[in-house]
Design a protein around this ligand. Structure first.
Ligand code: HEC
Ligand code: HEC
Ligand code: HEC
Length: 422
């Protein structure tokens, strides 16, 4: 009897190990003997796919060579660095076959068989068409090869053990390529394809659960990224300050959207990428996004009403007049000539959370080499936490006097230190 149960236990353990091995082991795919000669037409299409997927936003570090990697990404599980995806044979993906590249994009497995961390949004790229992935491959083999190795990652135990990602994949990597939804227009389907596939919008705009997976039930319902709040992309057409197609297209292409302003923070590079694509792509994205109904029944804050007489915020008003009004004041050229909206209507001021307003004041909007671009200086060094809190309180009162933000100074201190850890 005892012997029998021991054998049974052994059998269970062996089956368990076999299952784990199948799950956690992937073969290496041999290196190509000679470099691939990229196909010209494919390269041209691939350049667009790479913009749709923002590959350079992560794979190029500020001041670094194009696609040579080395950008640190801070996750709750540690810091990891993007890799070199130039066609350098030794340190990049120069020797990768098409099969190896497609496997990385669809399954999150590197050529040598190691699992890639889901900070690389393969969960979304896996939904792209074969043609788009192959075009991106041809394009990347055509860029300048650069020798550069990413610094070592600092992932916490047990996430430093890459094979554990295989369990994560079981939960979050679905095998469901995007197919057109019948009854919807070609434009809507194209927009959905860009949003849910290469655009990986939900990786920022959806809240994450404790193991870093997107909460499916709150898809595009708003998330957090690098200390910024990525607002819900659902119900935009019905919001208190509703978005029109025209405004959304302008915003997505890094231009000024009347009544909404322009992109800042982690959204800025995304919009600068979309700006390089044909305008039809931004129009398709807008068509799809504006069709998404609000996911929460909670009505947005009733912020649109005219503010009551300013309360006790003379300090905020004085700071605004001195530091901000030259650009954001009613008579400033940025308002009258460029047509930028008053800060009282931008989502950073009307949102439930003061994060984006505070982050914008701390970090400003960095100068970009890409067109079109807007610039705002950073005030982290010029204003202390109590000044920023007074300014935020003042601007909130203009935008939404009925629902003041609380604990502003503490939030400023926290956000300032969150930023400093990187
Ligand atoms: C949000 C940031 C981010 C974006 C956007 C991104 N990547 Fe990555 N990518 C990473 C990170 C981080 C890694 C390394 C993961 C690891 O080491 O586990 C990576 C790894 C890879 C790898 C594996 C390379 C290797 O040496 O193992 C390939 C291939 C790749 N990315 C291609 C792309 C392409 C193509 C795009 C655009 C369609 C893209 N990536 C967009 C973050 C990103
Ligand atoms: C890297 C993270 C990230 C990705 C990827 C991303 N966004 Fe954003 N998005 C943000 C952040 C952060 C904000 C807030 C920016 C601000 O306040 O200026 C934002 C703001 C927006 C807004 C303005 C919402 C409002 O109510 O003001 C829209 C619209 C938007 N994003 C659409 C998209 C679409 C469409 C995609 C995919 C093509 C996308 N985003 C991909 C981070 C991201
Ligand atoms: C040199 C001009 C300049 C100055 C000075 C300036 N800003 Fe800005 N700011 C901009 C530009 C350009 C934008 C782009 C977005 C737009 O179109 O509204 C912007 C955007 C913003 C946004 C919206 C960001 C978002 O998340 O979408 C906020 C909030 C903001 N500024 C606050 C301030 C405050 C507060 C001050 C003073 C401490 C200030 N700005 C000073 C130029 C400036």
């Amino acid at each position: 009897m005892k012997r029998k149960s021991l054998w049974a236990l052994l059998l269970v353990v062996l089956i368990g190990l076999a299952v784990c091995a199948t799950l956690m082991w992937r073969p290496a795919i041999p290196l190509l003997d000679k470099p691939l000669i990229a196909d010209a037409a494919s390269v041209e299409r691939g350049a667009k796919v790479v913009e749709q997927g923002d590959c350079a936003v992560c794979h190029t570090r500020p001041g670094g060579a194009y696609m040579a990697g080395g950008l640190p990404l801070v996750t709750p599980f540690g810091t990891l660095y993007t890799t070199n995806i130039t066609p350098d044979r030794e340190t990049g993906i120069g020797g990768w076959s098409q099969e190896a590249f497609v496997r990385a994009m669809r399954k999150g497995v590197a050529r040598d068989g190691h699992f890639l961390y889901p900070a690389f949004p393969y969960v979304h790229y896996s939904r792209m068409t074969d043609t788009d992935i192959v075009d991106a491959y041809h394009y990347l083999t055509s860029v300048d090869p650069v020798q550069a190795r990413a610094p070592d990652n600092h992932m916490m135990f047990p996430m430093n053990f890459r094979a554990l990602v295989s369990f994560w994949n079981l939960l979050f990597l679905r095998n469901d390529p995007l197919t057109d939804v019948p009854g919807q227009s070609a434009k809507w389907n194209r927009g959905r394809y860009l949003v849910e596939g290469a655009g990986h919008c939900s990786s920022c705009h959806t809240p994450l659960n404790f193991i870093g997976g997107e909460k499916g039930s709150e898809h595009l319902g708003g998330g957090l990224v690098d200390g910024w709040h990525a607002p819900a992309l659902t119900g935009l057409a019905q919001a208190a300050n509703p978005w029109s197609t025209e405004q959304l297209v302008a915003y997505l292409r890094a231009q000024v959207a009347t009544d909404h302003g322009g992109a800042a923070g982690p959204m800025l590079p995304v919009s600068l990428s979309i700006a390089q694509l044909p305008v039809e792509d931004a129009q398709a994205i807008a068509e799809y996004i504006l069709s998404l109904p609000a996911t929460t029944s909670k009505a947005g804050p009733a912020c649109a009403a005219t503010p009551p007489p300013a309360a006790d915020n003379a300090e905020g008003a004085a700071l605004f007049a001195g530091a901000c009004a030259g650009c954001h004041g009613a008579g400033a050229p940025m308002r009258t000539v460029d047509g930028r909206p008053a800060l009282s209507v931008v989502s950073a001021a009307t949102s439930d959370s003061p994060r984006n307003l505070i982050k914008t004041i701390l970090e400003g909007i960095p100068m970009s080499t890409r067109q079109p671009s807007h610039y705002m200086p950073a005030f982290a060094d010029a204003l202390d936490d109590s000044h920023i809190a007074a300014l935020a309180g003042y601007l909130r009162n203009q935008a939404c006097a009925a629902q003041p933000w609380t604990d502003l100074e503490k939030t400023v201190t926290t956000l300032r230190h969150e930023g400093a850890s990187k």
